[in-house]
Design a protein around this ligand. Structure first.
Ligand code: 13P
Length: 256
């Protein structure tokens, strides 16, 4: 049985120490009874330490939005996965479409980061997803297959099982245009088939696949009710404690 995972990706929208603390002081009590869903909050780097102070003895885990694939050295402006681990970061979002598209992160880079994260003991959430034009021209599955081959290259079966995948169709991110549950489920099934072909069915059945793209309290429950959708990666709706808590509750309901 896969445990659903809800991630709150604050992007660069909220991230001072004060802002991070305030949101989490509100949020933590709202979900304190949740036991069947893993909850991860990913503030910008500047909010991580103060966020950790609030969540360290709770059921909320800390995530970061990016890292470099080296541990130390002359890499001005980059952040070491080891530094993140030492301040309480447990999850790491990798290959978000904003990193791929705005900062030119390729599958090769995502793959290097992924392997390093696994080596250091950070739990990766790797994002994949197609552009609108790729969907409209019937290329969604090709794009997903290529990203899977590139980003997950040379992963052992054990490493694959430790990795969370976030399917985030780019046209659904921040647009208010959510994929229908059927559209999302089709791609989640396809991703699981690819894992099964590369490893085996047991591995495919173990990997958690989140959906991301305009998740709101109003559409969360129906998305999470799909067999292959194991929670979500939430952007805009993760900035408010009430809406994020409602989404977590929807995930908790989906497995009852
Ligand atoms: P929105 O929920 O704002 O569409 O963002 C989704 C996302 O990119 C999460 O990583």
């Amino acid at each position: 049985m896969r445990k659903p995972i809800i991630g709150g990706n604050w992007k660069m929208n909220r991230g001072t120490p004060k802002e991070s603390k305030e949101m989490l002081i509100d949020f933590v009590p709202l979900i304190k009874n949740v036991i069947n869903v893993e909850v991860v909050i990913a503030p910008p780097f500047t909010g991580l330490i103060s966020a950790y102070e609030i969540i360290k003895d709770t059921n909320v885990k800390l995530g970061a939005q990016n890292m470099y694939y080296e541990e130390k050295g002359a890499f001005t402006g980059e952040i070491s996965p080891q530094f993140l681990k030492e301040i309480g970061v447990e999850y790491i979002i990798l290959g978000h479409s904003e990193r791929r598209n705005i900062f030119n992160e390729s599958d090769v880079i995502v793959n290097k980061k992924l392997k390093k994260a696994l080596m250091i003991g950070l739990k990766p959430i790797v994002c994949i997803g197609e552009h609108l034009e790729e969907r409209e021209t019937g290329r969604t599955k090709d794009v997903i297959e290529n990203q899977m081959m590139g980003s997950f290259k040379d992963l052992t079966r054990d490493q694959m099982i430790q990795t969370v995948i976030a399917y985030e169709p780019i046209w659904a991110i921040g647009t208010g245009k959510t994929a229908t549950p059927e559209q999302a489920e089709e791609i989640h099934m396809f991703i699981r088939e690819l894992i099964s072909q590369k490893y085996n069915q047991e591995t495919a059945d173990s990997v958690r696949i989140q959906y991301g793209g305009s998740i709101k309290p109003q559409n969360a429950e129906i998305l999470f009710s799909k067999e292959n959708i194991d929670g979500g990666l939430v952007g805009g709706a993760s900035l408010q404690s009430e809406s994020l808590a409602e989404i977590v509750q929807a995930a908790e309901k989906s497995i009852q």
